[in-house]
Design a protein around this ligand. Sequence first.
Ligand code: OFO
Length: 162
Amino acid sequence: GINVDVMDLLNQQIAKEAHSAAAYLAMASWCDHNGLTNSAEFFYKQSSEEREHMLKIFRFINENGGTAYSPEVSNINHEFNSLQEIFETALDQEIQITKSINNIVARCRKVQDFGSENFLQWFITEQMEEENQFRRILEMFDLMGTDGIALKLIDERIKHGE
Ligand code: OFO
């Protein structure tokens, strides 16, 4: 079974993934209301992925002798000034998640919970991909700027899998 301390951290991680899912939904809504339809789709999809991450951890706990707790979600920001700010916020959020996952892996090693450590390897890879994805998108703002036409072009490129 899972080490008890690791299980606590995993339950905290469930809440963080749920918060990410809700935060991305708020970003999708802002994009929708500002006519950035591809970016909206991007964040709807991102939100679903975070819910899947949450469920992955949830099931892992319950399938390995622990108890997963359905999280409270609060403090969702809906106020944004620009699409660039949204992507910056998203990158910050992912960086925090990466730190959190790394912290759990470190604990796994300390208490020799190698099953949980092995389970978390998927998240390590996923976080690297997600951080890179947001960095690539933010580079477009650096290259193209943030005015109306640039914004439309960036939104268009987001559709094609940035
Ligand atoms: Fe991108 O946060 Fe989940 O893992």
